[in-house]
Ligand binder design. Structure first.
Ligand SMILES: [Mg+2]
Length: 238
């Protein structure tokens, strides 16, 4: 693989909602009958709503949570109480701090090839804590949180802020994220190649994609057709 650095988005890419925690709390506090399986099943619809939502990353995240809960069967009349409880839970511990167990071995494989790794996240100053809670923080040479950097995706300056300490040129870096308008558009503006992950990523036809980070890294390292294609990303018409 030709990249010297791979940078990642956090929420929806490396970090996920803890559906068991949310189901338990909303069932207790809001009298909703939600289970982890119901939230798991609603996740693709929520991911699609996030992809289609306008606004800031925070507004997209709020839309994601609303569609997730309502699609899972939360009665609409309970949504305001549920939203209040989700805010309280987020203050206690970052809502997006669950991980895919396949991520750590995939990141380890990249590091084993000498590839520098980083995270570029639109977050609230707590992305490093969330990565640590998921057992992933130590894989990264640099972690850039928009609240700390003072600039957020898709602004190209936030990608430059991660590449600068690595000493890697944008042309030698790949960015992996889950929201086209934020992650792919931003990375391309900064001169990086970009790839999209997520349950609906395959429906975006002009960018390389895989359902998960582990799938994408596996394909890149195994020098499959995807790897060759990522080396020549199809750019958005500007
Ligand atoms: Mg994301």
């Amino acid at each position: 693989m030709r990249y010297r650095a791979v940078l990642f988005d956090a929420g929806g890419t490396l970090l996920f909602l803890d559906h068991a925690r949310i189901a338990e709390r909303l069932s207790t506090v809001c009298g909703a009958r939600l289970t982890r399986a119901m939230l798991d099943e609603a996740a693709p619809a929520a991911a699609l709503a996030l992809e289609q939502a306008a606004g800031t990353d925070g507004e997209r995240a709020a839309r994601y949570l609303e569609v997730l809960c309502l699609s899972a069967g939360l009665p609409a009349a309970r949504w305001v109480a549920a939203r209040r409880e989700l805010h309280a839970m987020h203050r206690e511990r970052h809502l997006w701090s669950g991980g895919d167990p396949r991520n750590a071995p995939a990141l380890e494989r990249l590091r084993g090839r000498g590839i520098r790794l980083g995270v570029v996240s639109n977050s609230d100053g707590r992305v490093e804590d969330a990565l640590r809670a998921a057992g992933l923080a130590d894989y990264f040479d640099v972690i850039v949180d928009s609240s700390v950097a003072g600039v957020e995706k898709p602004d190209p300056r936030i990608f430059a802020a991660a590449l600068e300490p690595l000493g890697v040129a944008a042309a030698d870096a790949l960015y992996i994220g889950d929201v086209y308008e934020v992650d792919v558009v931003g990375a391309h503006a900064a001169g990086l190649a970009a790839a999209l992950v997520g349950p609906n990523a395959g429906s975006v036809t002009n960018v390389l994609s895989a359902p998960t980070v582990a799938d994408l890294i596996g394909a890149l390292l195994e020098d499959t057709a995807l790897s060759a294609a990522v080396g020549h990303p199809i750019r958005n018409p500007e």
